[in-house]
Design a binder for this molecule. Sequence first.
Ligand code: GDP
Length: 515
Amino acid sequence: YIPEVEEDEAKLVTRPPVVTVMGHVDHGKTSLLDAIRQADVAAGEAGGITQHIGAYSVQTSKGPITFLDTPGHEAFTAMRQRGAQVTDLVVLVVAADDGVMPQTIESIKQAKAAKVTILVAINKIDKPGATPERVMQQLNEYELVPEQWGGTTIMLPVSARTKQGIPELLEYIALQAEVLELKANPEKLAKGVVIEAKLEKGRGPVATVLVQEGTLRTGDALVTGAEYGRVRAMMNERGEQVKAVSPGYPVEVLGLSGVPTAGDEFDVVEDEKAAKEVAEHRAEKARQKELGSVKKATLEDLFAKAKTGGQKELNVVVKADVQGSAEAVSTALQRLATKKVGVKVLTSGVGVITESDVLTAAAGKAIIVGFNTKPETKVDQIASQQGVTIKLFSIIYEAVDAVREDMVGLLEPIIKEKPLGKAEVRQVFNITRVGVIAGSAVTEGVIRRNAMCRVVRDRKVVHTGKIGSLKRLKDDVREVAQGLECGIGVDGFEAFKPGDVVEAYEQESIRPSLD
Ligand code: GDP
């Protein structure tokens, strides 16, 4: 729908590399990004990076570098699932004292699957007893052979705390970028990827986008997914208004019709009318796909169910006051997992519950568990709009109990039938404004109003429904016992015949067990 134009080699210019920092939790991704931000040579004059935005570029003595500061794995995975390639380089952070851990391995797998060059930052070397060699040895097992040992992977000892090795890290990133010969044509209509997006009070939908091709300008008509709009204003990571953004740079964009999806591509088109058309066309396609996928989903569900033995999963977003409790809560919840119901902690973080947590939960069909924290103002409202449940606790076992209840809720309740009694139909009356009433004799047990019943004829069930009315003589009654006669009306059924047997029963739902 949006035509691909063939690349004009002569128009290609070098663009900054786009880098994602990945690694095991607590190995220092955030600290490293902070240290890098502070190493920004341009920050001194311009006042530094003021806002938290999902991507920013820093000026180094070897040129600009763009960092994606998104919660590493999820964003990376989401974007890859959408087929968007955003990262040129992955900086894999491995804490020297901790070594290779599960998420380190996961990051290596992801980077390799995406065919992205990995640069290893062996962090926390300021710690006494930290030995980079041990990490190098461990990484060797994952086919990351350090340059020092004749391999191709750059591994640098760094400390986000003392800033040791940070300038070298930036230098190596710039060097690797040179090798990759990253180029783009700035003269085309802009194209790129949405890195993160949110709804901000007073600003409307705000999207952090990475420009990958062309130059994005204010006034451009942009379309991403089913959202569109004219770029009203753009802000860089220093909060400065910018008018034009080149390939390889991120920017915050205002002016979209709605909040786009992180990981979606964006395109600039001729004018707003075209943008609107594309967006509407896509919205329509998405609707149709959704309709189509309902059927498909049920089949896939069946397969998935067959494969997992019908295991269900409760997704949780954990937010806590401090890292320690976030981890403790996550671990406690994950331990609840049984064969029948799994527990998946989608994200676990520190701080108040934000809109972004709600959106994560909505996308992942998760509940939010807040521990010693609470939602930001207005977040409650967004949560109810999004159908996301937020549960707040200050005692771990209470959180555990509540989540266990939710897990039980995912299981199909076990419905047990409790027989009540039987009645034989003797005579059928059709009474104006009341309907068909079966004059019957209760032969066993009791017949109760509002109970479920089966109408049985020649040993075959001809109807299953609810006893809607029950009369004894002329009075409405709740129950009629064996040996007595009564008038039975069954909701939605009129075809009684003398000789039919009405079997009344009650349904009891039994709490399913998690094991
Ligand atoms: P993330 O989960 O990977 O983002 O890790 P953080 O950046 O939050 O760091 C986790 C912990 O390690 C924090 O307590 C940091 O202060 C600490 N940390 C990070 N980098 C270093 C470092 O270079 N040296 C030391 N000693 N501690 C560090």
